[in-house]
Design a protein around this ligand. Structure first.
Ligand code: CA
Ligand code: CA
Ligand code: CA
Ligand code: CA
Ligand code: CA
Length: 386
């Protein structure tokens, strides 16, 4: 398109957005009280309609490509929470937590291939752990049944080899909540981070007992002022990103001997009008060409905020609309990104997000997870950068 045409279109777009904003500008009297805002939309219709109204102000949109089977729960239950993408032997699997019962494992077509009925698993993540001469792919989760970290072996030496046994790290966290894993490039060790609703954060070294069973040793404590949840560690930089639900995103040193003071991403608070609390799932996309993005679920307006990993600057936001086959996504808790080749369909990776309101046409189903071609997200980011 010629630059002049682009400028004209841009001008009319700005007029349209301005007109839209006039109509959509949230009237203070319409803002639900704090108690309502603190709820999730699935349990409060006022919160739901408020979130839909705020979402209408987010212009960028994509559609999901694939959805998983619903989790094992009632259609009106908040159950699915956090996905973790596993790549074993060249194949992608999606682990999805079900905070009402365990962890589902899906293939890339969204079909359930396994269900671990192991307790109230809130958040999940996975990393390789090297023990003696073997590499184990370990899937971990925060287990609210007994405030422990559950560990499952999913692969050995890059072969899909799911174990049945649940290994466990007991914690003294009051109400265990967020969870992620980290593989240090400095010492080759793998760690788990867990937080609880009061703001305490613990770091555990994943190790093995003499019988060869995985477990953990606590190595560090940190904290934030209010309820945290979503976390992701960037193995390539050694940084831990932590979402404080009603504040924004903190960056900690992820190394066991690192500073326990954090840096706050200013534009991740609701002072950024495109962000609406809760801050939920966090995930990272590293570009082959250098740099990358932090994607954050902005749960209160059913959208996602994208930050530049180098500068920590806010870049843009997007939402996931209804497609022909797969419904749009509302009120995402957890999300995960795979930033490499997945398949011919997804050569640059995928974003996987939890959907709080899963529909099949007009029929409501139990919650599930949606898979989105990363190239769609990249197009949104690039469009914004032109
Ligand atoms: Ca939820
Ligand atoms: Ca939460
Ligand atoms: Ca939906
Ligand atoms: Ca959650
Ligand atoms: Ca659906």
């Amino acid at each position: 398109m010629k630059t002049k045409e682009k400028t004209l279109i841009g001008f009319f777009l700005m007029l349209a957005i301005a007109a839209c904003n006039l109509n959509n500008q949230t009237d203070e009297s319409q803002v639900p009280d704090k108690e309502t805002l603190m709820k999730e939309a699935w349990e409060d219709s006022v919160k739901y309609s408020y979130a839909v109204e705020l979402q209408s102000e987010i212009m960028n949109h994509v559609q999901a490509d694939i959805e998983t089977e619903p989790v094992q729960a009632g259609i009106n239950q908040d159950a699915a929470d956090d996905p973790a993408i596993l790549k074993i032997g060249g194949k992608i699997y999606i682990a999805g937590s079900n905070k009402r019962g365990g962890i589902h494992i899906y293939d890339l077509d969204g079909r359930q291939i396994k269900y671990y009925d192991i307790g109230l698993i809130n958040n999940v993540d996975a990393r390789n752990v090297i023990h003696k001469n073997d590499t184990f792919l370990i899937l971990g989760g925060s287990n609210r049944s007994n405030n422990s970290i559950s560990l499952l072996i999913m692969g050995v030496n890059n072969k899909y080899s799911p174990g049945e046994e649940v290994h466990s790290i007991p914690t003294d966290l009051g109400e265990i909540y967020g969870f992620c894993m980290y593989k240090s490039s400095k010492n080759g060790q793998t760690y788990a981070f867990a937080n609880c609703k009061s703001g305490r954060v613990q770091q555990w070294l994943i190790d093995f007992d003499p019988e060869g069973k995985p477990g953990g040793t606590e190595v560090r404590k940190m904290s934030v002022k209010s309820q945290p949840e979503g976390m992701v560690a960037d193995d390539s930089t050694g940084l831990l990103y932590l979402g404080e639900e009603w504040a924004g995103v903190h960056i900690f040193d992820a190394e066991p001997d690192g500073d326990i003071e954090s840096e706050f991403i200013e534009q991740s608070s609701s002072a950024n009008l495109n962000i609406s609390y809760d801050i939920e799932g966090l995930a990272i996309y590293r570009r082959d060409t250098g740099g990358g993005y932090l994607v954050v679920s902005s749960q209160g307006n059913f959208s996602y905020a994208v930050f530049d990993l180098e500068s920590n600057e806010y870049l843009t936001s997007f939402k996931i609309n209804d497609g022909e086959e797969v419904d749009g996504v509302e009120e995402t808790d957890g999300l995960d990104i795979y930033d490499g080749y997945v398949s011919e369909q997804f050569p640059e990776g995928i974003l996987v997000v939890q959907d709080g309101f899963n529909y099949d046409g007009k029929t409501k189903k139990a919650q599930n997870f949606k898979i989105i071609d990363w190239r769609k997200i990249q197009a949104v980011i690039d469009g914004m950068m032109e």
